[in-house]
Design a protein around this ligand. Structure first.
Ligand code: BES
Ligand code: MN
Ligand code: MN
Length: 464
């Protein structure tokens, strides 16, 4: 057993108890009813960084939720790792689909996590993964194994678009100066197939409103003679994809990065079972853009999805009505070189242009962000890869993810540093869904792997 393994074994119960306390606080950033809880979570994180050995911790006020900053600078000549994570979580609803309450963490065994997983909103995204870094720091400071400087920046608005962080970063460039940014807020292929996330998709999120007549109408008296905004909206949405599931917005694909045949062949080497994929979701077939594999569709290709749609009567029984308005929330996942503001503009122009005269359309942009691709030929990636080799006994596979952490592109722009995405979650951990969980094995493996990253990064940095 290595020293870190014995440390983890000795402190396992404490690590689980602390994460349980953190998960009990419902830090839902999207819902202002949880404001106090979000603020309490910020205090919890501040306190935990102090205990983990930071010399300086600060609660940094912003126009929104505070950012928790912590640092331990041991030598100005050594490299600095900046850890980013988020303490806010997604809303827990639909609550009735949870098998145990979302903010009362419990450990349950699953097929994929036979040693148990902790079930709670935020267990994997991102409290559990963020807290691995706090515990890894605690190990390094308390045993004299911290090889370089470290800074922490933990925000409370990731799940709602990181607006306050986008305000904070450009104003604090010096404070945040670093040699590499380290984030655990993604996943890996499987516990026996470690992977490092090398790409994130960008995002453009919009809301549309279609208005027909000035009031709700009797569908018998007016039906057939005026535009029904729900009929129109669904027709407009349906027209956004063609028969090959290509997106029809003019110019949408103009800047999409096309991967070479070699790059696609390399990607296809990653272990993947379509049968298992379908079985996990209980679907008879997959669905998507013609000419691309499932893994390509959900990583290197852009998408357009309706995330919510409403209007008219949805209560009990029947009501014969033509609603005055219909609404939808639509998100587009973007790939490298697609600019999210440009895409938002293209969507808006196109959506307004396809509306018949009989309705009015308003497109309101929400948040968005650029995609990101991490290089694999730098010392940061090499250090991460070596760290996994040490603790998993296997070389991790580089893999692009379909998810988004829009702030990562901004880090590069403002702080001029690259990000390494060491995620320890699994797709089956149900992030954003009912029954979110995080494997105990994954939690502890993360704590074990992180200190090796610091070690190898510092060594490679000195040698370079
Ligand atoms: N941690 C996720 C993103 C993620 C998860 C990336 C798994 C890769 C693998 C993050 O908290 C998240 O949910 N991001 C949002 C975007 C944000 C602007 C709301 C997303 O991807 O929908
Ligand atoms: Mn996250
Ligand atoms: Mn999330």
């Amino acid at each position: 057993m290595t020293p870190i393994q014995s440390y983890i074994k000795e402190h396992k119960q404490q690590f689980l108890n602390e994460l349980t306390e953190l998960l009990k606080i419902p830090s839902v950033s999207a819902d202002s009813a949880f404001k106090k809880d979000v603020l309490n979570t910020a205090d919890f994180v501040l306190d935990s960084l102090k205990k983990a050995g930071c010399d300086k911790v600060e609660l940094c006020e912003t126009p929104g939720y505070p950012i928790i900053y912590g640092e331990k600078i041991i030598d100005k000549n050594l490299p600095t790792v900046l850890v980013y994570g988020h303490y806010d979580v997604q809303p827990a609803d639909p609550i009735d689909l949870w098998t145990s309450p979302p903010f009362e963490p419990v450990i349950k065994k699953t097929e994929i996590h036979p040693e148990g997983a902790i079930f709670a909103r935020g267990a994997c995204d991102d409290k559990g993964q963020m807290y691995m870094h706090v515990k890894a720091l605690e190990y390094m400071t308390s045993t004299g194994n911290l090889p370089c400087n470290v800074k922490f920046m933990i925000e409370g608005e990731e799940e709602v678009g990181s607006e306050s962080l986008a305000w904070f970063v450009p104003r604090n460039k010096e404070k945040l100066a670093n040699d590499v940014i380290l984030i655990s807020d993604t996943g890996m292929i499987a516990n026996d197939i470690p992977s490092i996330t090398t790409g994130l998709r960008g995002l453009s999120y919009v809301e549309v409103e279609v208005t027909g007549p000035n009031r709700d109408l009797h569908s018998g008296l007016y039906g057939g003679a005026v535009a029904n905004p729900i009929n129109i909206l669904t027709k407009m949405i349906a027209s956004l994809h063609d028969e090959n599931n290509h997106i029809t917005i003019p110019g949408f694909y103009d800047n999409v990065e096309e991967l070479s045949t070699e790059e696609r062949a390399e990607m296809a080497k990653a272990p993947f079972s379509l049968e298992k994929y379908k079985d996990a979701l209980k679907i008879d077939d997959v669905y998507g853009e013609k000419g691309y594999s499932t893994n390509e569709r959900n990583s290197i290709r852009p998408t357009l999805d309706v995330n919510g749609i409403w209007g008219g009567y949805t209560g009990e029984g029947a009501k014969t009505v033509i609603a005055s308005k219909a609404f939808a929330k639509i998100s587009m996942r973007l790939v490298p070189h697609q600019d999210w503001k440009e895409i938002t503009e293209l969507f808006k122009n196109h959506f307004e242009s396809i509306a018949p005269k009989s309705v009015k359309v308003v497109v309101t942009p929400h948040h968005g962000g650029q995609g990101y691709v991490t290089p694999t030929n730098n010392i940061a990636y090499k250090a991460a890869s070596k760290a996994y080799e040490n603790t998993f006994g296997k070389t991790p596979i580089p893999q692009r993810s379909g998810g988004s952490i829009p702030i990562v592109a901004l880090f590069e722009q403002e702080l001029k540093s690259k990000t390494i995405l060491m995620g320890f979650g699994l797709n089956s951990d149900a992030i954003h869904s009912p029954n979110e969980h995080f494997g105990i094995w994954n939690y502890l493996k993360g704590i074990e792997t992180i200190p090796y990253f610091y070690k190898y990064f510092t060594e490679l940095h000195k040698a370079s």
